[in-house]
Write a protein that binds this ligand. Structure first.
Ligand code: HEM
Length: 271
């Protein structure tokens, strides 16, 4: 055995396995039909769940950093999440051209299963400020997911932390916004729009302008994920109702119209 070759002998499992848990990860695929096309649908969904998990981690890191006035660390975490969102969105590729006949081959086997029931996606939305107590209901039967979502519901969102930072930096944010019930969905307010207008009218390289741009990248990529999902759904099932019981494309269109971090978009008209 030459000395420059990789090690082959391990007493137990490999250190790679101990770290990555690849054996667990690659045996979590249990298709519900015999259709060979179902595997990529299942794995793409699992891959997206993993990306959601990383992105939630980055945004929670960013929210914590903002709370502690570590704006640079928050912006770094958001920028990492931008690259991850790009990778998440690129993972639509294998499903983007699904035809109705192909999707029908395994759709029935999915029963009432739907991405709508993704707890990690819901945490992601909660961090954006899109809170909703009723979104906890589907998770009553899974205590860990429910507890995590309940915690996220009652914690300030990433955007709440951004607005609190703007207030600490001297921008006039009403008390009602700073003390809002953070378990309710965030609604845009003129004073926050005015704060962003001022930030964007000032030093383009300032800490807050760079934070604003990282948040805008995040908002745009979330919007792109929603639109890519919408288009893939329209191609795969037209106007049929969803497996989760919604009106399908019509319901998703409404969801995709929502602006993430709304004042970051409207402020641009006044700069
Ligand atoms: C092309 C295949 C897909 C189709 C046809 C499709 C269809 C739908 C439909 C119709 C809905 C609305 C809820 C319902 O009635 O079921 C929905 C929601 C959702 N789907 Fe998909 N989906 C697809 C792929 C995926 C994948 C790969 C993911 C990744 C996790 C995903 C995640 C979601 C999420 C998170 C929602 C909830 C959106 C929200 O609450 O605004 N979907 N999907």
């Amino acid at each position: 055995m030459s000395h420059d070759a990789p090690h082959l002998d391990f007493a137990g499992s490999t250190p790679y396995e101990d770290y990555v848990k690849a054996d667990v990860l690659t045996h979590l695929q249990h298709p519900l039909s015999d259709d060979p096309g179902e595997m990529v649908f299942l794995v793409t969904t699992q891959v997206m769940e993993l990306w959601f998990t990383v992105i939630v981690h980055e945004w929670e890191t960013a929210a914590r950093a903002l709370r502690e006035d570590r704006v640079r660390a928050a912006t770094d975490a958001l920028k990492r999440s931008v690259r991850e969102l790009e990778a998440l969105n690129a993972s639509w590729t294998p499903l983007a051209g699904l035809t109705p006949a192909q999707f029908n081959s395994y759709r029935g086997a999915l029963g009432e299963g739907s991405g709508f029931q993704s707890a990690m996606y819901r945490r992601l939305e909660f961090l954006l400020g899109e809170k909703s107590a009723s979104m906890l209901v589907p998770h009553r039967g899974t205590p860990r997911a429910h507890a995590e979502l309940e915690k996220a519901l009652h914690e300030p969102s990433l955007y709440d932390e951004v607005i609190r930072l703007l207030a600490r930096r001297g921008y006039a944010v009403p008390d009602a916004v700073l003390r809002r019930d953070v378990s309710r969905p965030y609604e845009p307010v003129p004073e926050v729009e005015a704060a962003w207008t001022a930030v964007y009218s000032g030093d383009q390289n300032g800490e807050l302008a760079r934070l604003g741009e990282a948040l805008t990248d995040v908002a745009e990529l979330v919007w792109r994920w929603r639109n890519d999902h919408l288009v893939a759904t329209r191609r795969a099932m037209g106007a049929k109702t969803g497996t989760g019981g919604s009106a399908g494309v019509a319901w998703l269109e409404k969801r995709a119209r929502k602006n993430v971090f709304p004042e970051l978009w409207t402020a641009r008209s006044y700069v």
